[in-house]
Every structure is written in C-alpha cells, then in structure tokens.
Design a protein around this ligand. Structure first.
Ligand code: ADP
Length: 162
C-alpha cells in the first residue's frame, strides 16, 4: 500500500492544510495526518480538539476522501513512518522562505531512514495562510471565514467567547 504522512501541529487546521491533505489523498492509497504532540509548545487547542477538527474538515470537504486517517505523533517522524509503514512525507510549500528549513528536514529524514519527502505547491489562494496568523486575526475579532473549515471557525469563536 502506498502510504503518505502529512505532519504538523494543526493548531488549528486551515484551508491551506486541508487543500494539501485532500490533494495528497488523490495520489496515495492512504494519507495519515500526523498531529504532533510537543509538550514544550503551548497550543490553543488540545490534541483531541485538533484531531476532531481535521476529521470533520476532511468529511465536510466536497471530495470527502475516505482514505485519510488522523493519528498523533511524538518523537521522530521517521520512527512514526517505520511503525505505520509510511514511505513518503508530503509537505506543502508556501514560499521560498519555507524551503531552506524544509529541504534540511527532508535531507535529514532521508539520511536517517530513507524516507522520501514530496513537496506540493500551495494553492495560491492559501499561500499567505498559517495557523498562527489565523489565531492572531481571530483573537482580535477579524473575520477568518473562508480561511479555515467551518468547524474551526466555530471553535475559534467559542474560544474567544469564553
Ligand atoms: P508547523 O507547526 O511545523 O508550522 P503546521 O501545522 O503549521 O506546522 O503545518 C504543517 C505543514 O502544513 C507545514 O509544514 C506545511 O507543509 C503545510 N502548510 C501549512 N500551511 C500551509 C498552507 N497555507 N498551504 C500549504 N501548506 C501549508
């Protein structure tokens, strides 16, 4: 089975992430979305909330792919790949500024375990999008509808109302 992983913190998932996940699902038999657990990094949403948002966003997408699974990952991504039988990592590239770091990671992962990284260019509609920017705009009452899945929009509104 050709399996790929889309790793990230997804705090929260944006339409940019979702676009990459759905496009990857057309190229592989299975796509595993690996939500990173990083105890040193403060997140707005819990791991369960982040996973639930991803599952609901994928289900509500017009393609509604059935070959996307969501899992947690901690430690080295190459260990996750070995345990889950994943041969490829799929990453979205927004701008040249993403490239330096992503290239270094891709080469390290290849040298550690022979895992290949494939880069997919972002949908230009979402090239400026990041989870941190979405959170900042939402915190100050800005409108992020159209940039995140509806379930995330609701989550952000609930969070700022509490
Ligand atoms: P990180 O915590 O490493 O910043 P994120 O959870 O924000 O990771 O994103 C995970 C991955 O999703 C990124 O490495 C990138 O490949 C991809 N990504 C994030 N935002 C976008 C976007 N707007 N368009 C395409 N890909 C994106």
């Amino acid at each position: 089975m050709r399996r790929a992983v889309c790793p990230g913190s997804f705090d929260p998932i944006t339409n940019g992430h979702l676009d990459i996940i759905v496009r990857a699902s057309r190229l592989f038999d299975e796509v595993v979305v690996a939500v990173g657990i990083n105890k040193t990094k403060a997140t707005l949403f819990t791991i369960d909330e982040r996973m639930d948002f991803i599952r609901q966003a994928v289900r509500s997408h017009p393609d509604s792919p059935t070959n996307v699974v969501v899992d947690t990952s901690h430690g080295l991504l190459v260990d996750f790949c070995r345990v889950r039988g994943v041969q490829s990592i799929v990453k979205g590239l927004r701008a040249v500024s993403d490239f330096d770091y992503e290239l270094q990671m891709a080469q390290m992962n290849n040298s550690l375990a022979g895992v290949e990284t494939l880069f997919m260019s972002t949908n230009p509609q979402y090239a400026f999008l990041s989870s941190s920017l979405v959170k900042e705009v939402a915190r100050y009452g800005g409108d992020v509808s159209g940039l995140v899945p509806d379930i995330v929009l609701k989550g952000l509104r609930d969070r700022s109302a509490s």
